[in-house]
Design a protein around this ligand. Structure first.
Ligand code: UTP
Length: 294
């Protein structure tokens, strides 16, 4: 069994990133000069995914265009002998096969995933959220794929530890540990208060799911926020099928929020020798300017 398809829902309104998201897709906003979505798709490609299915909405065309060839730009770069840039642009345009499906009304993540039903066959598939970047040598989604393979193609939900007081911000899993990093799930709770949280394991946006999830999504009622929640469907799936949760290795950035976006930007700038010195000097200068001492 090989997981070849990944659904990347990008139809959300991105209200935490207004006003930029009034006119542009959140996923195209760059961390320095690379759009967020580039990192998400790269993770999928490095995990062996062969087809990306974007669940899109109006105004998101730039995401699809980004992964397409741009003949005019290529000709311009070639003419001006900008061969390094030409290589980069061509590479992005041929990274992976991309298709898209529309979510006409933003009725929640569960509803968004359901929109891709007809593009998924009978094999398990990946779901990766378009605004959650995870940095690690072995892609987070590949780590989940490996757990799925080890459990006969079961669904696997990526989880990370969060401080107890933060459980109310996330879907939290419950279940029994079978080893240090993997649980057999018995259910999920959406945004519980710390005192009600069964664990401190949150689900930041990496899933391997089996086809049964679509039948469930077609039948669940609206949940939190009056939206069709993927969490509610996974809860039902746990009752009928094996669902594992796996603590993936990697640093996760919630780039859909302004603080998470800042964290990623600073981290990426410090990691890259081309920008590191500039950032350090720029910060020193502003610390002086604003009288900040650490
Ligand atoms: P979020 O909860 O982050 O919502 O959705 P959002 O609209 O993107 O951002 P905020 O909270 O308003 O700032 C999680 C993921 O699910 C997708 C989003 O695009 C995001 O990748 N999503 C959400 C959809 O595709 N459709 C929906 O109806 C809701």
């Amino acid at each position: 069994m090989k997981i070849k398809k990944a659904i990347i829902p990008i139809a959300g309104k991105g209200t935490r990133f207004l006003p930029a998201t009034k006119e542009i897709a959140k996923e195209i906003i760059p961390i320095i000069n690379v759009p967020m979505i580039h990192y998400i798709v790269k993770e999928a490609v490095e995990a062996g995914i062969e087809q990306i299915i974007f669940v899109t909405a109006s105004g998101k065309y730039a995401v699809e265009d980004y992964f397409d060839r741009n003949q005019e730009l290529e000709a311009f770069l070639e003419k001006n002998n900008k061969l390094k840039e030409l290589e980069l642009i061509k590479e992005i345009g041929s990274m992976v096969s991309v298709t898209s499906v529309r979510q006409k009304e933003q009725l929640g993540l569960g509803h968004a995933v359901l929109m891709a039903k007809d593009m998924i066959g009978y094999e398990p598939f990946a779901v990766i959220l378009g605004d959650d970047i995870v940095v690690n040598d072995v892609p987070a989604i590949k780590q989940l794929m490996d757990v799925s393979v080890a459990h006969n193609g079961a669904s696997v939900i990526g989880v990370m530890e969060v401080p107890k007081e933060d459980t109310k911000k996330y879907g939290i899993v419950k279940g029994e540990f079978i080893n240090n990093t993997t649980l057999k799930m018995t259910g999920m709770v959406e945004k519980p208060n710390p005192e009600d949280a069964p664990t401190n394991l949150a689900t930041p946006g990496r899933y391997i799911l089996t086809r049964e999830i679509f039948d469930i999504l077609e039948n669940i009622p609206r949940g939190a926020g009056n939206e069709y929640q993927l969490t509610d469907a996974i809860n039902v799936l746990c009752r009928n099928k094996t669902v594992m949760a796996h603590k993936f290795i990697g640093e996760r950035f919630d780039t859909g929020s302004v603080p998470g976006y800042l964290d990623a930007t600073i981290d990426f700038a410090l990691k890259d020798p081309a920008t590191r010195e500039h950032l350090i000097e720029a910060v020193k200068k502003r610390f002086n300017k604003y009288g900040i001492t650490l």
